[in-house]
Design a protein around this ligand. Structure first.
Ligand code: GDD
Ligand code: MG
Length: 326
């Protein structure tokens, strides 16, 4: 089975970090997020993937080359202007025509059992199956009520909190049959959430959904990106990128230079980072080449590539773009 990975959004909620890269390349445990998605696919025997790109597409080149080196067959489609979450799938029609496909929102970090999702889809002979996950506040997501057999009875994208009929939301992973391609107009901006799925519900075309156990997070906001990194360190999200996960674990790239009395607490520290004497980095993510000068403190923050924090500076709850100075 092929996997189509939606990776063409602007990542606006993660600006300024996404001024210089797609959000899918931001690190989870010092590894580009998209590599975690590919790792999940690989563990389930899916070794052919199509990246649906648009914004800053060329930034994916390195990831594609390293995936191919690991035995993946990779394809790339490109939208000159983003075509929306369904338009992007239609644009990849040549890769989706010849059989059942997996479709991923490329910003979702999860360890779900893809085989169980595909099994559910086949049992129901569905045209499409949506993986659901429970959340406390569904208002930031697509809310998906179903009947007892899992048939989708409505699709409400980002409703007001009090109007959400359930706390089960669209987790952004689907199994889709090629027949859905005929329901998306070519060359037009088309949304899965606002157009395709509601129309499949209205026409009773056989759209199903099922909740599954597992870790799940959309990394598309600073709080969630930081949270996903902390989850990888604590072991709540399991990845071989973190050798000894636990409540106080950190991940420090071997090339980082950490002064003897600098402290790294529950943080991910990337390639070429330098921490000077007395610097403290806590519950934070430092992209490559960040410098934290003597006595400075960084807490609950994400620092972009090459950020410089001056002596004694205090950085708290910040998301800083590449090469910013504090
Ligand atoms: N190729 C392409 N073209 N990709 C796109 C486009 C496009 O026009 N628009 C968005 N994407 C990609 C994004 O880059 C991201 O990886 C994924 O599609 C989802 O887009 P988001 O912008 O992150 O959507 P969201 O998080 O607000 O909502 C979506 O995800 C939720 C789960 O995390 C919806 O699918 C919700 O229904 C869902 O609950
Ligand atoms: Mg998202």
């Amino acid at each position: 089975m092929r996997a189509l990975i939606l990776a063409g959004g602007f990542g606006t909620r993660l600006r300024p970090l996404t001024h210089t890269r797609p959000k899918h390349l931001l690190p989870i445990a010092n590894r580009p997020h998209i590599e975690h998605v590919l790792g999940l696919l690989h563990r389930h025997g899916v070794t052919e993937a199509v990246l649906l790109t648009s914004y800053l597409a060329e930034a994916f080149e390195e990831t594609i080359a390293s995936a191919q080196a690991r035995g993946f067959t990779m394809h790339v489609t490109h939208e000159e202007e983003p075509l929306g979450t369904a338009g992007a799938i239609k644009n990849a029609e040549e890769f989706a025509r010849d059989g059942t496909c997996l479709v991923f929102n490329g910003d979702v970090l999860t360890d779900i059992d893809l085989g169980a999702l595909i099994g559910f889809h086949r049992d129901r002979e569905a045209i499409g199956t949506i993986y659901l996950t429970p959340v406390d506040d569904p208002s930031a997501f697509g809310v998906v009520p179903t009947d007892d057999d899992g048939r989708v009875t409505g699709f409400i994208e980002k409703p007001a909190r009090q109007e959400a009929p359930t706390n089960l939301i669209n987790a952004g992973i689907y199994v889709l049959e090629p027949a859905i391609l005929d329901r998306i107009p070519p060359g037009e901006v088309w949304s899965s959430e606002h157009q395709l799925f509601p129309s499949l519900v209205a026409e009773e075309a056989g759209l199903f959904a099922t909740p599954l156990e597992g870790y799940w997070k959309d990394i598309g906001t600073p709080g969630n990106l930081l949270g996903a990194n902390l989850d990888a360190l604590s072991g709540e999200y399991q990845t071989d990128a973190v050798a000894g996960p636990g409540p106080h674990a950190s991940l420090v790239d071997a090339s980082a230079e950490i002064a003897e009395d600098a402290q790294v607490i529950s943080s991910c520290v990337g390639r070429g980072v330098r921490l000077f004497p007395g610097a403290v980095v806590k519950r934070s993510v430092l992209l490559p080449d960040v410098t934290v000068a003597q006595g400075a403190r960084v807490t609950a923050s994400i620092l972009g590539q090459g950020v410089g924090v001056a002596e004694e500076a205090i950085v708290e709850d910040e998301t800083l773009g590449d090469r910013e100075r504090v």
